[in-house]
Design a protein around this ligand. Structure first.
Ligand code: DX5
Ligand code: ZN
Length: 217
């Protein structure tokens, strides 16, 4: 599959979100980090901002919910216009029910795993998902260093996807850059979130092209 690059607006200028989205219009998805100050020690944005972003860009929105009680809130992000909604395995009370609800409302359903959460207990849930996110930093902040120790988990997840013959995207998020993206791709990831590596670059559009070229090399 073609490598997908999803710039994270967490590293963008929040006062200029429409322009920052426009600057990466060649990206596959725009990654929107929703944090509630409970599931992670940081607070970002919510449903109204997603609604406005939806109107401001043609790029589909990939909403990563780092929040408590996603069972209650995730459907609202689909209604706000997200094309993909990711909830955390550690926070969801009923992940199968939630994934089905997200899909029924018309978005792609995804589940994320914090670094210390193994994939194996979730093997039977994989057919309910459109994407699995393996976090490669502790969620909460942009600009952290990539955790190399997550590479075996990416590899094992790719093997489980193949074992079940699923059409499931495998996303990595955290510390993905020119110097780490090839290792992620080699381990089996095909969707790459990059915040500081895109918005910290002089030319974000060029950074997206460069990351895609490296992931596909
Ligand atoms: C971290 C977020 C990431 C973050 C990535 O909790 O989920 O999406 O924006 O930022 P970088 O690419 O700078 O690590
Ligand atoms: Zn994220």
């Amino acid at each position: 599959m073609r490598a997908q690059i999803n710039p994270s607006i967490l590293s963008a200028d929040f006062a200029r979100l429409a322009e920052e989205a426009e600057a990466v219009s060649g990206a596959d998805w725009l990654h929107v980090d929703v944090m509630d100050n409970h599931f992670v020690p940081n607070l970002t944005l919510g449903v109204p901002v997603v609604e406005s972003l939806r109107k401001a860009t043609g790029t589909p929105l990939d909403c990563h919910l780092m929040i408590e009680d996603p069972d209650r809130w995730a459907p609202q992000y689909v209604e706000a216009g997200a094309g993909s909604v990711t909830f955390h395995a550690e926070a969801a009370a009923a992940p199968v029910k939630l994934a089905r609800e997200i899909r029924a409302k018309g978005a792609r359903a995804a589940m994320a795993l914090r670094p210390a959460t193994p994939i194996e207990p979730y093997e039977d849930l994989l057919p309910e998902l459109d994407m699995l996110l393996v976090m490669t930093v502790e969620p909460g902040f942009g600009g952290q260093s990539f955790l190399d120790i997550m590479l075996p988990k990416i590899r094992r997840t790719r093997q489980l996807i193949a074992k079940h013959g699923l059409d499931l995207w495998l996303q990595v998020d955290g510390g993905v850059s020119q110097s780490t993206i090839e290792r992620c791709a080699e381990a089996g990831a095909d969707v790459f979130v990059a915040g500081s590596a895109v918005y910290g670059a002089g030319d974000p559009a060029e950074a997206v092209r460069g990351l895609r070229a490296q992931a596909e090399s």
